[in-house]
Design a protein around this ligand. Structure first.
Ligand SMILES: C=CC1=C(C)c2cc3[nH]c(cc4nc(cc5[nH]c(cc1n2)c(C)c5CCC(=O)O)C(CCC(=O)O)=C4C)c(C)c3C=C
Ligand SMILES: [Fe+2]
Ligand SMILES: [Fe+2]
Length: 363
């Protein structure tokens, strides 16, 4: 590995601190070739699929990448927005809002967003921040619950970039915010607003993205953190234990994943006589294929064809002002100690100007 030539350090008063909001990533278009590229990158990550490399590469390239891209593309086509993939549209908007909120609070920072798989890549956005003179970066993976497959994989990508960088900025990582009180309040208020508009269903199902069950036994905190978010949200809403449940969606492959599985659970509830459910996905900071297609379309149909009558999907926080304020609070806490409000350069210039003004007044 060799290190490239890098921009020299600057002495300007431009913000020296960057915030990098990272999400999973998404295909560039709802087409089979775009999905093949995206899935090849995503599913080759050893953090995502933990089975021996050679065996997995044979299965991935021999079977999965021949069949899944076309099937997944058709699903993406049903949720695609005119500006692009929902996950990217929301993440881009969140980064803009975060910049505005931190600016209002007096922080001079640059905010960029990046995707762990696909574009804009984490490396490209770290390069861009460095080119803008940033010397400190706060990495904010937009995953409330930590998992090896998501949060740690963002840390891997940042670390890989650092490995080929000469002048590495100071780095900080936010690993989780699953139990952050402001985040829980934002979720609870979104549920209350939904109830005010549509009425409260018999049960609130909280569906999180699944993980292989094995990862729980290997020490991944994800399962615990999902349950903690679920319990805190239920407490904030004053729900009894029989009024809510936590389930896991998006199972991939034949292995056992975290249980209970969302869709079979919804069928069982409907078959058992439950007529109405509200469903929220508190593990997703933004709506995406997994919420808009798998839940709001497929899971709804499963519930309704099993005897259920009312299925209400409660959207992710997306650009919700309260959710954004919680994210800005979180970033602000992790920026502490970094001179984002009074960069030394700016302070020195201000003091110089002040001295000049006083000398002028005395003359
Ligand atoms: C193969 C194993 C997978 C693991 C483990 C996994 C964990 C995981 N994923 C998210 C969040 C998202 N996943 C999304 C899509 C998606 N996930 C997998 C597989 C695993 N995820 C696949 C193959 C796909 C692609 C779609 C498909 O073909 O089914 C998304 C949505 C992306 C989008 O473009 O909208 C998100 C978000 C979490 C939080 C997580 C572990 C905690
Ligand atoms: Fe996933
Ligand atoms: Fe899915």
């Amino acid at each position: 590995m060799s290190l490239k030539k890098e921009p020299g350090h600057s002495h300007g008063s431009a913000p020296r601190t960057g915030v990098l909001l990272c999400n999973l990533g998404t295909p560039d278009a709802p087409t089979a070739p775009a999905l093949r590229r995206y899935l090849a990158e995503f599913l080759s990550d050893p953090r995502v699929v933990e089975i021996p490399r050679l065996v997995w590469m044979a299965i991935l390239h021999g079977i999965i990448l021949r069949v899944r891209p076309a099937k997944s593309a058709a699903k993406y086509a049903t949720v695609w927005m005119k500006e692009g993939s929902p996950l990217k549209v929301w993440t881009e908007r969140q980064a803009k809002l975060l910049l505005g909120l931190l600016g209002e609070r007096g922080h001079q920072v640059k905010v960029r967003y990046a995707m762990r798989y696909g574009q804009p890549s984490i490396a490209s956005q770290l390069d861009a921040l460095k080119a803008e003179g940033v010397t400190r970066v706060l990495v904010l993976p937009a995953y409330p619950q930590y998992s090896g497959a998501t949060t740690a994989s963002v840390i891997d990508a940042v670390s890989r970039w650092a490995l080929r960088t000469r002048h590495v900025p100071e780095l900080r990582f936010i690993n989780r915010y699953h139990d952050d009180p402001a985040h829980i309040r934002a979720l609870a208020d979104s549920v209350r607003r939904h109830w005010a508009a549509h009425g409260q269903s018999e049960k609130l199902v909280m569906s999180f993205h699944g993980m292989p069950e094995r990862t729980l036994h290997l020490g991944d905190p994800y399962h615990c953190e999902c349950h903690k978010t679920g319990r805190l949200l239920a407490e904030a809403l004053g729900l009894r234990q029989d009024q809510y449940l936590v389930s896991f969606q998006s199972r991939f492959g034949k292995a056992k994943w975290l249980e209970p599985y969302t869709e079979p659970t919804l069928r069982q509830l409907a078959e058992g006589g439950l007529k109405s459910v509200d469903l929220i996905c508190p593990g997703f900071s933004a709506d995406c294929l997994e919420t808009l297609e798998e839940i709001a379309q497929e899971a709804k149909e499963a519930f309704e064809t099993s005897g259920g009558q009312h299925f209400h999907y409660i959207p992710c926080l997306n650009d919700d002002p309260q959710g954004m304020r919680a994210l800005a609070d979180l970033a602000e806490r992790h920026l502490q100690g970094w001179p984002t409000k009074d960069a030394p350069e700016a302070a020195a210039l201000q003091a110089q100007a002040e001295r000049a003004r006083r000398m002028g007044a005395a003359a």
